[in-house]
Design a protein around this ligand. Sequence first.
Ligand code: PXP
Length: 243
Amino acid sequence: MIELGVNIDHVATLREARKGAAPDVILAAKLCELAGAHQITVHLRQDRRHIQDRDIEQLRQVLQVRMNLEMAAVDEIVAIAHRLKPHTVCLVPENRQEITTEGGLDVEAQQDRLAEVVAGMHAHGIKSSMFIDPEPKQIEASAAIGADSVELHTGAYANARGADVQHELQRLAKCAEYVRRFPGLALHAGHGLTVRNLRPVAELPGLREVNIGHDIIARAVFIGLEAAVQEILDVLEMYAEED
Ligand code: PXP
């Protein structure tokens, strides 16, 4: 089955709106776990706008499922990852002005630096994923630096309308096929995915994991967190991975 990572950053965003204790990020993570999520994803941003250091410290203690730490490849956060040892880090570009991660990481342009970060993660027993736009050259570069997976940025697909939807799906499908040429590289996808637009992405050949945040937390406001996780799992269960 394609595995689900639930990104709980938005629970922390709501908490930080009042700088208090509610809603409880740890409780949210445990409810996602209880509902069947395979992984909890959190982005420790340099500006700490949502997830805080104490959140990831506590999550590392209490989670039974995997922890996936989204992060910029900067020394401060690399050192935190080495100390906490999440199961995976997902390297993302970070721009202080953005509302959310806007584009993929340009792995090709920073191969030397990213190869160093990936090697450091491996030395600490941590897998590395590259959050990339669906472009073959970024897949090649990710394989070349020894990444364990690529997470294809599905934001352009999620935002597309009309004929552009098929165009964006074709880009994703071409990249999914291309990833198969690199046996050490697993295929993940994420950004802007929802219970309504997930199916065509779940059909991508070889897809192992999706990371979904905003839609699950937004729907949780109305139907509860466990139900919001469950309805995504219901979609994923229909698409067993083909290998
Ligand atoms: N994957 C990555 C690498 C991301 O940066 C994000 C957003 O934090 C997500 C997945 C989840 O995106 P969304 O909140 O739109 O589901």
